[in-house]
Design a protein around this ligand. Sequence first.
Ligand SMILES: [Zn+2]
Length: 191
Amino acid sequence: MDPYRRCFFTIMPRHLFSDATHFDCASAIRGNPQKQNYSVCPRHWYVDADFNCTRCSKEFTWTATEQKAWFEDYFFWIDSSPRHCKKCMSDRRHLESLRKEYDSTVSAARHKGATDTKCRIIEIVRELESVFGNLPEKMIETKDLFDRQILKAQQGAPQPPPDPPLVEFPMTIPTSTLRSTPAPGQGFCEL
Ligand SMILES: [Zn+2]
């Protein structure tokens, strides 16, 4: 084994992976402390490490490659580590984006908002409610208000005219409507 990998566990401060449940030494790649955001202990090595998600409790792997990008491309503080698996992180980002969309549109929706904007607010509140259960009372009140407004608008809206009856093209044409072919010399246009 590469001597640097062999000494990984002796030179790598354990606190940098304090919550990890398992390591895969074969995955070790070198770190570049010059690119890292640290004060005392840089990360000389990155190694695949397993953690338990604090949200769903499932185990996930934080790969050495992901760590290198995390600390050297995005410059995260050197002691940081992920608490959530990828799915939970994605869910969390999605919920945060929903909350931002709600905050940025709800005020305009309350003041003469279009029906589709109000429908979108209702969708957002329902999705947030399905995840978090209890939401701020104001959000629920707003959803209920928009529900009532949309229902009222639908009930008061003029009904569209009924479709005209379907007229089928006749399969046979009554002979009475057919004009007989004029005999020679009796044509309408002959002089
Ligand atoms: Zn998770």
